[in-house]
Design a binder for this molecule. Structure first.
Ligand code: ZN
Length: 254
C-alpha cells in the first residue's frame, strides 16, 4: 500500500494543486491522507477544504482547523485575526446544503487515528492538536522525547511544525537532506515521521513539501515541488485581515 502524506495546507490553493498533480502524475498511490491544518493563514480556505474532503481518505484536526471552527487559542495576533477571517469565509456561503456539508466535514476531522502500524496525529501523541515536536527537541529535550515516544508503539506520523524529517527514539532527528530523500524503516526501533508542509514550509525551502509512505517497501520518500508563490502572496496582500507577514514568510520558507 502506497500512501501520500500531506499536511499543513493552510488555505494555500496553488501549492495544494501542484502537490496533488505531482502525486497523480508520478507517485501512483493508493490513498492520500491529510494530517491537519487545512485552514488558517492562507487566502483560499473554503476551496482547500472542498478539495481535501474530495481527495483525501481522511484528514486530522489541526490547531488552525480547530481555531477557525471553534476558538483560536494560543495564537499570535496575526494567526488569530486570520482564524476569524477564515471562519467568516465559510459563513459567506449562501447555499445551505454546501454550508452544511462543509461544517459537517470540518466538525468530523479526526483528532487521532491509526492505520496498520501507524498512529497519526497533527501535533504529538500526548497532545494531538497542539504540541509541537521540533527537530531541536531531539537534542535539547530528551525527557519530552521519551514521554512522546512512550505513546508510540511503532510508528507515528505528525505535521504541525512544517519541518519535514524523521525522529528516532534515540532520540535523533534526520532531515530529508541527511537521508537522500528516503527513510528506510529499521527492523526494530520506533520513529515519528513528519512530511513537512504543503502550504507554508518552515525549513527555509519555500517549495511545497509532502511524502509518500510505501509499506511493502518499508520506505518514506520526501518530495518538494515548486509552485507559484507570488500569486499566493499577492492574494494575501490584497486581504486586509491577513497580515502581509503571512505572505512574506511564504517567499522565504520560514
Ligand atoms: Zn500548521
Amino acid at each position: 500500500m502506497r500512501t501520500a502524506l500531506i499536511s499543513d495546507i493552510h488555505g494555500n490553493l496553488e501549492s495544494l494543486q501542484v502537490v496533488l498533480e505531482d502525486i497523480d502524475q508520478h507517485r501512483s498511490v493508493d490513498q492520500i491522507i491529510c494530517l491537519g491544518d487545512i485552514l488558517g493563514y492562507g487566502p483560499d480556505p473554503v476551496i482547500c477544504a472542498e478539495i481535501i474532503a474530495e481527495r483525501c481518505e481522511w484528514s486530522l484536526m489541526g490547531n488552525h482547523d480547530y481555531g477557525a471552527l471553534y476558538e483560536p487559542t494560543n495564537f499570535n495576533a496575526a494567526a488569530e485575526q486570520a482564524a476569524y477571517w477564515t471562519r467568516a469565509q465559510f459563513e459567506l456561503e449562501t447555499d445551505p446544503d454546501a454550508a452544511a456539508r462543509r461544517w459537517e466535514f470540518l466538525g468530523h476531522l479526526r483528532v487521532r487515528t491509526t492505520f496498520n502500524d501507524f498512529l497519526c496525529v497533527h501535533g504529538s501523541p500526548r497532545r494531538p492538536i497542539n504540541e509541537y515536536i521540533f527537530p531541536e527537541d531531539a537534542v535539547n529535550s530528551p525527557v519530552k522525547m521519551r514521554q512522546v515516544f512512550e505513546r508510540v508503539k511503532r510508528y507515528c506520523i505528525v505535521g504541525h511544525t512544517h519541518v519535514p524529517g524523521v525522529f528516532t527514539d534515540e532520540p535523533d532527528f534526520y532531515p530529508p537532506s541527511d537521508l537522500d530523500g528516503v527513510w528506510k524503516f529499521e527492523e526494530e526501533g520506533r520513529c515519528i515521521i513528519n512530511p513537512g508542509s504543503v502550504g507554508q514550509p518552515r525549513d527555509m525551502d519555500p517549495r511545497a513539501a509532502y511524502a509518500v509512505l510505501d509499506e511493502s517497501a518499508g520506505t518514506v520518500d520526501f518530495h518538494r515541488v515548486e509552485y507559484d508563490i507570488e500569486s499566493v502572496v499577492k492574494k494575501i496582500y490584497a486581504i486586509p485581515e491577513l497580515s502581509n507577514w503571512l505572505g512574506d514568510r511564504l517567499l522565504e520558507g520560514r
